[in-house]
Ligand binder design. Structure first.
Ligand code: SF4
Ligand code: SF4
Length: 302
């Protein structure tokens, strides 16, 4: 079976226990305004363009079979409607300015790549984490990867936004050893304002999963976004939700950073980039103490 991924990272240490390989699947049902992987949102491959490295040689323009490229205001502009993502411009570009984001890959190929680092997993208690995007957007592909990895004795984790239909929970719990599950806000209207979707399904899925597998196999991860969920009431409401369902594992905090700006520009989404401001060390400490006051062990993943 084939699916579409956009990146593989080795020797990761913040996305599950031990040393891990991260596999990033394309496609996400959310559009978080602070998204750190905007190139993950579209389910299909896309072309990225890094203007600063462009030689303006026009090789790509001349090679494009669909006349989708033009030089405008000293940069290459691509007409999305004419572009068929054929990749010719990527091939002819002499400076790797054009890149294909996303490629089809077989489950077997991914497992072979993951197996190369098995000694590291075995020595560190690590494994493979499937991220995105939202990995459940390619659910059949995801399940096949997880199953194949488990058959090879590799620990599996997924990073999920939690926005999926509950009829996949049964299958997921068979093949996912650890869920790293985002909780962004408890207020559904605010959640929708910043992510594009309400959070009822997400919180219900967290509760269902937790009821089924317990606190050992699910970790809530809270992206800490200035002005969105950094106030005391919001943090208390997240801690109360976790308390109410009797979650007693660690809470992972994911502080906001601004590193994604270039990524937005490269995939032609520069107009969607939003600078969410500065997260102060003091705010982060206060949030940490608030979760600790609810008896949660807090891990900060920078
Ligand atoms: S991917 Fe193909 S169609 Fe699209 S701009 Fe490049 S060469 Fe043209
Ligand atoms: S081929 Fe590459 S370097 Fe030349 S104009 Fe196109 S994007 Fe720029």
């Amino acid at each position: 079976m084939k699916g579409i991924i956009f990146d593989i990272q080795n020797y990761a240490i913040y996305d599950g226990p031990g040393i891990r390989t991260l596999i990033f699947l394309k496609g996400c049902p959310l559009k978080c305004v602070w998204c750190q992987n905007p190139e993950s949102q579209k389910l299909t491959p896309q072309i990225s363009y890094f203007e600063e490295k462009c030689l303006k040689c026009e090789s790509c323009i001349n090679a494009c079979p669909n006349k989708a490229l033009q030089l405008q205001n000293d940069k290459i502009v691509r007409n999305e409607e004419l572009c068929t993502t054929c990749g010719t411009c990527v091939e002819v570009c002499p400076n790797q300015v054009m890149e294909m984001v996303g490629k089809e890959i077989l489950v077997e190929e991914l497992v072979e790549i993951a197996l190369r680092d098995k000694p590291f997993y075995d020595n560190s208690g690590g494994g493979v984490t499937i991220s995105g995007g939202e990995p459940t957007m390619q659910i059949k592909f995801l399940l096949e990867i997880l199953k194949a990895l488990q058959e090879k004795g590799i620990h599996t984790a997924i990073e999920t936004c939690g926005y999926f239909n509950d009829d996949i929970i049964e299958e997921l719990t068979k093949f996912v050893d650890l869920f790293l599950f985002d909780i962004k806000h408890i207020d559904s209207l605010i959640h929708k304002e910043y992510t594009g979707v309400p959070n009822d399904k997400i919180l219900a899925n967290f509760s269902r999963l937790h009821l089924k597998i317990g606190s050992e196999r699910i970790i809530p991860r809270i992206p800490i976004i200035p002005g969105v969920n950094t106030d005391e009431d919001t943090i208390k409401s997240i801690a109360s939700f976790l308390n109410k369902i009797k979650y007693n594992g660690p809470v992972h905090l994911m502080p906001y950073n601004k590193l994604a700006k270039t990524k937005y520009e490269k995939v032609g989404m520069g107009n969607l980039y939003r600078d969410m401001g500065e997260l102060s060390e003091e705010d982060l400490q206060n949030i940490t103490h608030l979760f600790q006051s609810y008896s949660f062990h807090v891990v900060i993943n920078h």
